[in-house]
Design a protein around this ligand. Structure first.
Ligand SMILES: NC(=O)c1ccc[n+]([C@@H]2O[C@H](COP(=O)([O-])OP(=O)(O)OC[C@H]3O[C@@H](n4cnc5c(N)ncnc54)[C@H](OP(=O)(O)O)[C@@H]3O)[C@@H](O)[C@H]2O)c1
Length: 239
């Protein structure tokens, strides 16, 4: 299977690249970190050093792909808002990395997916989009946008036979979460995340969420009246 992975130079994307290579996939790994790209190349991946914020560079590199069966868009970042200063530049930065890069990749990869007999597009969102979380104004908004984008594409690409999945991880131990200064309940390893994502992809699940203990709690909390969630969130903030 011909598999493309963005964000392949770190964390979840890197683990997916390693595991799919081990499973015999032909992997196209995209990122910016040259050292990590070289390491993936020695493991057998074909690599693309692309800044996905650069639309022209992204489209030019994606145009070199002939056929892709599975595209996993994992590139992203996270920054938290610390009031009282509301930094709009931070929000723009996070939206651009999480939403704009994904849009560039979707535009770039669709022609290659359309050459596959069994195409599958996978976008990495986050369980953070299930409900408002303290300090996640920017990250949560970007992942809510990703969820809407991917879930809408599922409807519109269905007629073309392109499967579309949204991945909503809870906390996964990666360089992204190593920066967090708060307790991360039900933290899982990148290896566990990769297993859950690959199982979900194999089953062509519309939504792949894990760890269930965490994501089901978040889904349940999202059903609470917002007045109750407001009080619970104040307790979380104090902690
Ligand atoms: N870790 C978690 O707990 C968690 C939970 C929910 C959702 N997620 C989501 O899962 C995805 C992967 O997260 P992670 O934890 O694996 O993060 P990570 O270890 O920080 O990796 C982020 C990846 O994104 C790439 N990237 C960022 N900006 C880029 C750009 N402009 N152009 C090209 N590549 C770019 C990085 O490439 P370079 O380093 O080469 O620049 C890196 O490979 C993200 O979308 C994240 O929001 C993570």
């Amino acid at each position: 299977m011909k598999t493309l992975i963005t964000g392949a130079t770190s964390g979840i994307g890197r683990q997916l690249a390693i595991d799919y290579l081990a499973a015999g996939h032909q992997v196209w790994a995209v990122g910016r970190n040259q050292q990590q790209l070289q390491e993936l190349q020695t493991r057998g991946a074909q690599v693309g050093a692309v800044d996905l914020l650069d639309r022209q560079a992204t489209l030019a590199w994606f145009a070199t792909l002939e056929r892709i069966d599975l595209a996993i868009l994992s590139a992203g970042s996270c920054e938290y808002v610390d009031l009282p200063a509301f930094d709009s530049a931070l929000l723009t930065r996070v939206m651009r990395i999480n939403v704009e890069t994904m849009a560039h990749c979707i535009e770039g990869v669709l022609p290659a997916l359309r050459r596959s007999d069994d195409p599958h597009l996978v976008g990495i969102g986050s369980a953070a989009a299930y409900l408002p979380l303290p300090r996640a104004e920017a990250y949560g908004a970007s992942k809510a946008a990703v969820a809407y984008l991917i879930e809408t594409l599922r409807l519109t690409l269905f007629a073309e036979g392109i499967a579309v999945s949204l991945v909503c991880p809870g906390f996964v131990k990666t360089p992204l979460t190593d920066r967090n200064d708060f307790p991360m309940p039900f933290l899982v390893s990148a290896e566990q995340a990769s297993r859950a994502i690959r199982d979900g992809i194999a089953a062509k699940k519309a939504e792949i969420h894990f760890p269930k203990r965490f994501t089901l709690l978040m889904k349940a909390a999202s059903l609470l009246p917002r007045s109750i969630w407001l009080r619970l969130a104040q307790r979380m903030r104090k902690r």
